[in-house]
Design a binder for this molecule. Sequence first.
Ligand SMILES: CC(C)(COP(=O)(O)OP(=O)(O)OC[C@H]1O[C@@H](n2cnc3c(N)ncnc32)[C@H](O)[C@@H]1OP(=O)(O)O)[C@@H](O)C(=O)NCCC(=O)NCCS
Length: 183
Amino acid sequence: MGAFGTYVCLTLNAPGLVLEPLTAAHAGELFPRLQDPALYTYIPQDPPSLESLSARYARLQSRRSPDGNELWLNWVARRGDDAVGTVQATCRPDGVAAIAYDIFVPFQRRGLATKAVTAMLDHVRAAAGITTAKALVDTRNTASIRLLERLGFSRMRLIENADHFKGARSDEYEYARELKAAT
Ligand SMILES: CC(C)(COP(=O)(O)OP(=O)(O)OC[C@H]1O[C@@H](n2cnc3c(N)ncnc32)[C@H](O)[C@@H]1OP(=O)(O)O)[C@@H](O)C(=O)NCCC(=O)NCCS
């Protein structure tokens, strides 16, 4: 497990946002927001049932992969009383993290993903030794591509025929960014 053995998932702060470590107790609050089909246009998944969401969040509470080698980190972004989205980092011992994010539809296009992902990247660099962040994004997902480019990620490669879902082929871009200590 290496350095990950002592990792503790903390509440994070971003301007106007608090990022709470995701727990099973969040399922009931997030479930209605996660029913909006617009969140699933460019990913294979569909809106979850409350039962499957609760079970998934309970599993994620260990914050580790079943073999213990990876940190599986998830936070709920909250602005005041509103849960506005989730961010995720799958951290490997080689210092690479795969990231993902969702901002719920009523809260999109207000800079919240930019702030939440920035806070998460700062944290995994400092607390989990992550030096490279990566993301896979459907080539049609303009919002996610704009977000990654705004965050300083570079397009590394095109993966044609990465998947097939919702009646269409999915090509993906892989994006990456080196994480440097704040100066
Ligand atoms: C991708 C997503 C997280 C962006 O969240 P957000 O809070 O709206 O993003 P921000 O407000 O921080 O904006 C980041 C950039 O994306 C742009 N953007 C956001 N939504 C956009 C849209 N629908 N179309 C075009 N650009 C968009 C913003 O203008 C900004 O770019 P700019 O600085 O060049 O203007 C959100 O659209 C989402 O949750 N989508 C559904 C789930 C999803 O696709 N997740 C990613 C899977 S890879």
